[in-house]
Design a protein around this ligand. Sequence first.
Ligand code: MF3
Ligand code: CO
Length: 248
Amino acid sequence: MDLIKTKGEIEIMREGGHILALILSDARNYAGPGMSTKDIDKYVGRLCLKHRVKPAFYGYQGYEANICTSINDEIVHGIPSSKKILKKGDLLSLDFGVLHKGFNTDAAITFGIGEIGKTKQKLIEAAEKSFFKGVKKVKAGARLGDVSYEIQKYIESKGFSVIRSLAGHGIGREIHEAPTITNFGKKGTGLILKEGMTLAIEPMLAEKKHDIKLDADGWTYRTVDGGMSSHFEHTIAVTKNGYEILTN
Ligand code: MF3
Ligand code: CO
């Protein structure tokens, strides 16, 4: 798998990533108390048809939904269900991928359903800000460990913990390509970034301990101690002097 994408390939990912961002933002506005996560999934399915893109996660290792919907202590890969009803005060993350002209893009947001408490608000902010702290280190010649280090430092400075056993990844023709991008690490270590690499950087954090467990459904990861969790993700391209967010 070639980690370096051509200008033309990145242009396709920019196009797909833009559509992804529109759909994710519509889904966020649509989500509200009383609705099931399956309702959101169906809505996203309709938007994919409208924009003529494929939901990238559908069929991935047998996954049977358009989007991942993870509530409160669920970290990632929550499966939409008509039995999961959103209520005021819930913390919801939506993780969504688009397949467009043979290339994938991947992004995630976390937000509150109605008004949420202070800790949940802080978790949302920490996920977003840690992403931007990390991505600021991205440019040709930088090392992946510099990115991971900044993400970890920010999350821990807010008193939260970094999920260890889930990570970001390279992305392109496949959803998950090399390299693995952990949200913890050491400065000056790891892969040297090159112009044209496309990466999904995705901090996942927990309010309390970072230990995770997998539900009986085989997909949903949640915290062991029941602490709340947040997630934020963009697909980016490495440029000569920095980065470009493709899922904007
Ligand atoms: N965005 C997810 C990740 O990077 C991909 C989810 S695939 C699915 O891990 F099948 F779980 F939806
Ligand atoms: Co991802």
